[in-house]
Design a protein around this ligand. Structure first.
Ligand SMILES: [Ca+2]
Length: 317
């Protein structure tokens, strides 16, 4: 009797946890590559996420002012490609990196983070996903360090543990990641080497997954294919085995319990993006693998579900 009761209690606790939505804000440098688009689609179609807002982030590959360019592309992804008439707030981020580790850059995105984080606490943190330069998160922390008690940061960036090293997102604002690391805010990193290992797709794999899969699939495929021919290029004539990486989905997979990770002592990052490891009790969570099979199956199921319940106009190449 007692064991049945305990079993039912455990079952109820499990289903409550499964039903609990994950509050999240995404900061994206969409437009510089093709992976942010996949991450935005996944974020907005996976019902476990309670999306509080999407922020644009700068990158040197976007025409200046880069934060505004990414914002325009973000709006087009959400309103044109996903055809969302109602959606979470879209907010413009800073167009330039921090000048040093003390001075925030003013932006609507940093204002938004400071405001929205007020609804959260150390017991229930807002998840802030940074899949571009982490400028706006750092600016929010510099302006009000108490935000570190209300948010948890998940960053796609850096290179293999324990040394770290040069990587696109980190390079786009080295000071900003130094601020985030030093602030003590709970931080999870999905590094480039792990993304390469687990989130690489060949041209054939990407085609097989999304080409012909509704207007959104067709759009994702067209962008992947164009990127591949422009930047990846066949190794030899007709050799399309070289893959490309859908980096940014790593932090979403982590929130959905589709990764393994380790806790390490928190490092300090030098200006050359390498880590140093002074003695500390502070921690960092480091993603070590992604169950990509599970993640892609879920991604495609959500994509199908969204397109069967929403009207999306055909994608015209
Ligand atoms: Ca990105």
């Amino acid at each position: 009797m007692r064991s049945t009761f305990l079993f039912l209690c455990a079952l109820q606790a499990l289903s409550l946890r499964a039903a609990e939505k994950i509050p999240v804000v995404l900061s994206t440098d969409v437009g510089n590559e093709v992976d942010d688009q996949w991450a935005i689609v996944y974020l907005l179609t996976q019902p476990r996420f309670e999306v509080k807002g999407l922020l644009s982030a700068h990158a040197p590959t976007l025409s200046p002012p880069a934060g505004r360019t990414a914002y325009r592309i973000l709006r087009s992804v959400v309103e044109d490609h996903l055809n969302m008439t109602e959606h979470p707030p879209l907010v413009e981020g800073a167009s330039v990196p921090l000048e040093d580790t003390r001075t925030p850059v003013a932006s609507s995105a940093a204002d938004f983070l400071l405001r929205i984080s007020k609804d959260y606490s150390s017991e229930r943190r807002l998840n802030v996903l940074a899949i571009g330069a982490i400028t706006d998160v750092a600016s929010a922390i510099l302006r009000d360090p108490s935000i570190t008690n209300r948010i948890r940061v998940l960053n796609m960036g850096s290179q293999a543990w324990p040394d770290g090293g040069a990587e696109f997102n980190v390079a786009n604002d080295v000071h900003a990641l130094q601020v985030v690391l030093a602030s003590g805010v709970p931080l999870t990193v999905g590094s480039g080497d792990v993304c390469k290992k687990d989130l690489s797709l060949s041209l054939d794999q990407a085609r097989g997954m999304v080409a012909g899969r509704g207007p959104i699939g067709d759009w994702l495929w067209t962008e992947f294919e164009a990127w591949y021919y422009r930047h990846v290029k066949p190794m030899r004539k007709n050799d399309f085995s070289k893959p490309w990486v859908i980096w940014d989905t790593i932090v979403l997979a982590h929130l959905l319990d589709m990764t393994t990770s380790e806790e390490y002592a928190r490092p300090v990052m030098r200006d050359d993006m390498k880590f140093e490891h002074p003695a500390t009790r502070e921690k960092i969570t480091w993603i070590t693998s992604v169950d990509s099979k599970k993640m892609w199956a879920d991604f495609l199921a959500r994509l199908d579900e969204y397109q069967s319940t929403h009207t999306v106009p055909p994608y015209l190449r």
